[in-house]
Write a protein that binds this ligand. Structure first.
Ligand SMILES: C[S@@+](CC[C@H](N)C(=O)[O-])C[C@H]1O[C@@H](n2cnc3c(N)ncnc32)[C@H](O)[C@@H]1O
Length: 224
């Protein structure tokens, strides 16, 4: 799917996105985002949350004292993020493309992104942009859904993604095809090591891979 179609799909599923994310991951999505936040190597500083969606990760980081900017191409997602903002919350949201960031070089201490890599048509370009806006000691942290590391668990995982998830998604969300696409995109996604290689070829000098919950989510920590 190209970017305009992907964004229109996210526009359509915005009202049910958070609820279904929590249902489909049995609440693990919140735990995975917390693990990402724990892996940020600095205690203070400016963070860019790319593909921020409804802002869940951005709010979590702001609560820890970081100065967070969240970007996304979907206006309904950004509007919901603004609505979810609590009083006193300092997160700034703006509409921007992860492949063409409207920020000058070395603007952030960290760049983060959760559950979005599979939707980006050009990972090298996205990683280069993240690298460019990071300061000299900056770190990029990417979280995404991946197949489990145990081979015996893979048929169950595939069944879940290709049968249960599209069925419930079709009933609950406004876009009947969206959850078929989302399930298939996890299975078609590059391997953990391929992602690490792409990060390195985009300029990052070191990449650490952490498997979460048996590998059904992966965190890549890339150092500039
Ligand atoms: C699966 S959601 C993840 C949302 C959020 N990060 C979370 O933790 O739930 C992916 C988001 O990426 C956004 N997106 C997809 N392609 C994008 C791009 N090229 N630039 C900016 N945002 C993009 C979509 O609009 C959507 O909100």
């Amino acid at each position: 799917m190209d970017t305009p179609h992907i964004i229109s799909m996210f526009d359509n599923i915005t009202p049910t996105y958070d609820k279904l994310n929590t249902w489909f991951s049995f609440g693990l999505d919140a735990y995975w985002r917390k693990e990402l936040v724990k892996a940020i190597p600095v205690k203070r500083g400016k963070i860019l949350d790319s593909c921020t969606g409804t802002g869940k990760l951005a709010f979590l980081m702001a609560e820890k004292g970081y100065q967070v900017t969240g970007i996304d191409l979907s206006l309904p997602m950004l509007n919901l993020a603004e609505k979810n903002k609590k009083t006193g919350n300092t997160v700034e949201f703006c509409q921007a493309d992860a492949l063409k960031l409207p920020f000058s070089d070395s603007s952030f201490s960290a760049v983060t992104s959760a559950f979005a890599l599979r939707n980006l048509p050009d990972l090298i370009q996205a990683f280069r942009e993240s690298y460019r806006v990071l300061d000299d000691k900056g770190t990029a942290l990417f979280l995404d859904l991946t197949p489990p590391s145990f081979p015996f668990a893979r048929p169950f995982h595939r069944f879940y993604l290709m049968t249960l998830l599209p069925l419930v998604g079709k009933i609950v969300s406004k876009d009947p095809k969206a959850y078929h696409y989302l399930g298939a995109s996890i299975l078609k996604f590059k391997t953990r090591t391929q992602i690490a290689e792409i990060l390195k070829s985009s300029g990052f000098r070191e990449v650490q891979i952490s498997l979460l919950s048996g590998g059904i989510a992966t965190l890549w920590k890339a150092l500039k």
